[in-house]
Design a protein around this ligand. Structure first.
Ligand code: ADP
Ligand code: MG
Ligand code: MG
Length: 254
């Protein structure tokens, strides 16, 4: 049983117009096996939260803490975070020219485990995981994210999650740009990964649609850099019916 604890996290970025505070005190605890949905309007800081936990250099933590089983995550390099069991599926996955999916996955697995995976079992594992995600085997020889469609990028992110077996996965809008079939395939991949490893998931999304396939234990409404309301699944149903207007109005009036 592991715990990822985010406490009163404040994060800023440098912009042309000076320092801008984006996260304004985020507190959230995720335990193994739990799925937490973070839902919020565009620009509310959801990706900033994901990047801050993953260690993106652009985002400066000005106060607060992130710990994994009591260990200071913010003191770790990006690689150390991955080795500690943190995984981020990015909203906009980046191209890695000249590196094939196959090499990328093996390098990532080696970095996370501290030793290279045994070739024969690894090849089998990759093939199986790709089959589960309905990915053509030829995909393994393409360069990472180069010319991938939106759906292929998202499948590749979840393929990594399945193979790297993180303790905690942050999935940033893994549902965006997916048609209903791809959404089901990707969601099944997430569910398979969490069921087999007991991972905790922070599922960031703008829409409630993915929550029909991946059932959250907790729902957090994210507005203007902080959590505005928390609840169970029923909160997602309310958001589907009412949208975010209620929260935005409250923010504007504050
Ligand atoms: P969300 O993922 O909820 O749509 P983001 O975290 O991407 O929100 O962005 C939150 C706010 O912070 C937005 O106003 C965005 O323009 C701003 N922001 C995020 N990253 C940067 C950055 N690197 N430089 C400047 N502004 C940023
Ligand atoms: Mg956005
Ligand atoms: Mg985002």
């Amino acid at each position: 049983m592991s715990t990822l604890e985010i406490r009163d996290l404040h994060v800023s970025v440098e912009t042309e117009n000076g320092t801008k505070e984006i996260l304004r005190g985020v507190t959230l605890t995720i335990r193994s096996g739990e799925t937490h949905a973070i839902m919020g309007p565009n620009g509310s800081g959801k990706s900033t939260l994901a990047y801050s936990v993953a260690g993106h250099p652009k985002y400066t933590v000005t106060s607060g803490s992130v710990t994994l089983d009591g260990e200071d995550v913010l003191a770790m390099s990006v690689d150390e975070r991955a080795r500690a069991g943190l995984f981020l599926a990015m909203q906009y996955p980046v191209e890695v020219p000249g590196v094939t999916v196959s090499n990328f996955l093996r390098t990532a697995k080696t970095a996370v485990e501290g030793e290279a995976p045994k070739l024969r079992t690894w090849v089998k594992e990759v093939r199986e995981a790709m089959g589960n995600l309905r990915m053509d085997p030829a995909f393994a020889e393409r360069n990472v994210n180069e010319g991938f469609s939106g759906g292929e990028k998202k499948r590749h992110e979840i393929l990594q999650m399945e193979l790297l077996r993180p303790k905690f996965a942050v999935l940033d809008e893994t549902d965006s740009g997916l048609d209903v079939d791809a959404l089901r395939v990707v969601s099944e991949g997430v569910n398979r990964a969490t069921e087999s490893t007991g991972a905790g998931v922070l599922l960031i999304t703008h829409y409630t649609r993915i929550l029909r396939y991946i059932q959250p234990d907790f729902v957090h409404v994210f507005v203007d850099g902080r959590i505005a309301e928390e609840g169970g699944r029923e909160l997602a149903d309310r958001l589907e019916a009412e949208g975010y207007d209620r929260f935005l109005t409250e923010t504007a009036g504050a």
